[in-house]
Design a protein around this ligand. Structure first.
Ligand code: 5RP
Length: 220
């Protein structure tokens, strides 16, 4: 599947224009995009990064990483996804970077999503839906998510059995066993729970363009 990710990441370079500041997502597909971006780094003004992981990779390539507060709105955001439905609604956050990803997506005129074919689904929800929560609200939010969605919220752990801590110092609950027929309504409802920082449903601000890696890549 990494070949499909590479093909998607490299195709996204076609959306980068000279002088742009490019919003950069997080994950293994985005890593291919960053590597391709490095080859044309002299043609762009810089990037805004959605995670410490991406910032590290960008800087290792000598690509400038800027503060979103200083750049203002962006023309382009490129990011991966964990699931994508036919209306370009997404589940994101498998890499725990959903909040900064959502902020950059919102700040960008065009969101180009890069995926491998396995990410395409008819209905979102097989991939557990990530929710970033303030630590003291973890149990409260888990109870409310259970009652609201009928899915099973699970506190995400590292391989060493510690709670995963996001770049923002928060925790992740993954909601299992969902079938999300109205992603916009679910996104809105989960956002209302006190203690929720953000939910990894990208429906209100969904992708504008989806590139599915393959030989050749398909775009919809
Ligand atoms: C990180 C994300 C990623 O875009 C998503 O998890 C896909 O990752 P990958 O490209 O490694 O499959 O949302 O928070």
């Amino acid at each position: 599947m990494s070949e499909a990710k590479r093909l998607a990441g490299e195709k996204a370079i076609e959306y980068v224009e000279d002088g742009m500041i490019v919003g950069v997502g997080t994950g293994s597909t985005v890593a291919y995009f960053i590597d391709a971006l490095a080859r044309i780094k002299d043609r762009i003004k810089g990037t805004v990064s959605s995670s410490d992981q991406s910032t590290e990779r960008l800087r290792a390539h000598g690509i400038e990483v800027l503060d979103l507060n200083a750049t203002g709105p962006l023309s382009l955001y490129v990011d991966g996804a964990d699931e994508c439905d036919p209306r370009k609604c997404l589940i994101k956050g498998g890499g725990a970077a959903l909040t900064r990803e959502k902020i950059i997506a919102e700040a960008s005129d065009r969101f180009v999503c890069i995926i491998d074919p396995a990410k395409r689904v008819e209905v979102l929800g097989k991939f557990p839906l990530p929710v970033e929560v303030i630590p003291m609200a973890r149990s409260l939010v888990a109870r409310e998510l259970l009652a609201m969605t009928g899915g099973q919220p699970v506190w995400r752990q590292t391989t060493e059995g510690q709670g995963v801590v996001t770049d923002n110092g928060n925790l992740i609950l993954d909601i299992h066993n969902l079938s999300i027929t109205d992603p916009t309504a679910m996104e809105q409802a989960i956002n209302q729970i006190p203690g929720v920082v953000s939910v990894g449903l990208f429906a209100r601000r969904r992708a504008d363009v989806v590139i599915v890696g393959g030989e050749p890549p398909t775009v919809f």
